[in-house]
Design a protein around this ligand. Structure first.
Ligand code: PLP
Length: 402
């Protein structure tokens, strides 16, 4: 959670601006707000940094994914290819806009692979929800080829990859719509918040209306506004936007420090036989929020996790069994348990999630241990942590070979 490592006076200043006017609502009240528009400024900062033509801030990364899907025209009955390794919000968003998630294989990029997507295509495939995992990026060339060839809609959930890029383009800008999360655990935080980006004016307008009861936000009398479409309340508050704005400004520096620490950390483990790292489709575009270590197999990864826990090493995730990011932990989704009927219950599934076989994803996530990179680490701290991790890995791998 690198953003919060730098929480300070700048965040307080932005919040205080809002507190002084008392206008916590992002729209209207032009007179009383005295020129304070934090959500707008937050969006402008995202546009400047990513190069997006339009940005629209909402209440969370999760509502940003739902808005991104809806604004890209994805809805009831549409088949959407999703990865089995992602924060569960990606899959929930597809279900809540009425779509039918179809799981495809990831590879060592930790993202959906072109090969995996091709195998999961059906005549009914409408869209791909591309998730850029663990601060890195998908291998976009092969994926864009499929999108064009099959005339699919691409939507990107870059919830945990704000600042990452592929061949000079920020992730989130390859699709019709894309989005980022600014929850408490991301590279920058608004407390709670998310931002949708797009270069498509129509998609932007739909996102803007969809996330605020269909309002067109034209004029300065909210009661008299038009409602071109049906929407709901996914608005961000000015207080959250104020924090997000100050935090977003820190991202270039956070990435610089993350990269320095990650490079050192990786270099201190790289020569261990049997150890490799997740593949960065563009090494120059890494946001470097995670060092993703790949061990030879699931058995040795589990054993390394056990030894590291025993030795009191913290700050890593073993997604395969310990976290809420992998399909193996999603029984409620596999059985489609919900509080009330969802469109998928009427349309039917295209895959039986309970018997779904994704051997490549099981293999990759089984081998994966991800360390959160801290931008405030001192060099000695990185060296100390790396040497402790190294000892655990070597202990397990030597035993396995003995
Ligand atoms: C964090 C995250 C989300 C959800 O964001 P929230 O702001 O927590 O709602 C969605 N997708 C991915 C890939 C995420 O990592």
């Amino acid at each position: 959670m690198p953003g919060v490592e730098f929480f300070g006076a700048e965040e307080q200043k932005e919040v205080n601006d809002v507190m002084q006017t008392g206008i916590l609502f992002r729209y209207n009240h032009d007179q009383q707000r005295q020129g304070i528009w934090k959500a707008r400024e937050f969006e402008a900062e995202i546009c400047k940094f990513t190069g997006a033509k339009y940005a629209h801030a909402v209440s969370s990364g999760s509502t940003a994914v739902a808005t991104a899907l809806a604004a890209a025209g994805i809805g009831a009955g549409d088949e959407v290819i999703v990865p089995p390794f992602t924060y569960v919000a990606s899959v929930e968003a597809v279900l809540f806009v009425g779509g039918i998630p179809v799981f495809a294989e990831i590879d060592e990029t930790l993202c959906l692979s072109a090969e995996g997507i091709r195998k999961a295509l059906t005549p009914k495939t409408k869209a791909i929800l591309m998730v850029h995992m663990c601060g890195g990026m998908a291998d976009m060339d092969g994926i864009m080829e499929i999108v064009k060839e099959k005339n699919l809609v691409l939507v990107e959930d870059a919830g945990q990859a704000y600042g990452a890029s592929y061949n000079g383009t920020k992730v989130g800008l390859f699709g019709k719509t894309g989005c980022y999360s600014f929850d408490f655990f991301k590279i920058a935080t608004a407390g709670e918040g998310g931002v949708l980006v797009t270069n498509d004016e129509q998609a932007y307008k739909h996102a803007d209306s969809y996330s605020d009861h269909g309002h067109d936000h034209i004029g300065n009398n909210r009661g008299m506004e038009q409602h071109p479409i049906i929407g709901f309340n996914y608005r961000i508050s000015e207080l959250h936007a104020a924090v997000g704005l100050a935090q977003a400004r820190r991202v270039p520096e956070v990435i610089r420090l993350n990269r320095k620490n990650k490079t050192l950390f990786a270099s201190l483990l790289a020569d261990i036989p049997g150890v490799s790292f997740s593949r960065l489709a563009d090494p120059d575009g890494d946001s470097a929020t995670f060092l993703n270590i790949l061990l030879p197999d699931t058995v040795s990864a589990k054993e390394v996790v056990r030894v590291m826990n025993e030795k009191g090493i913290a700050g890593f995730n073993y997604w395969y069994i310990n976290m809420y990011h992998f399909i193996n932990q999603w029984d409620h989704i596999k059985t489609l348990k919900s509080a009330s009927k969802l469109p998928i219950h009427l349309f039917g599934q295209s895959q039986d999630y309970k018997t779904l076989d994704l051997p490549k994803s099981q293999e990759v996530v089984g081998r994966l241990i991800s360390f959160g990179v801290r931008c405030t680490w001192k060099e000695e701290e990185v060296r100390e942590l790396a040497s402790r991790v190294r000892a655990c890995i070597e202990e397990v791998l030597t035993k396995a070979h003995a």
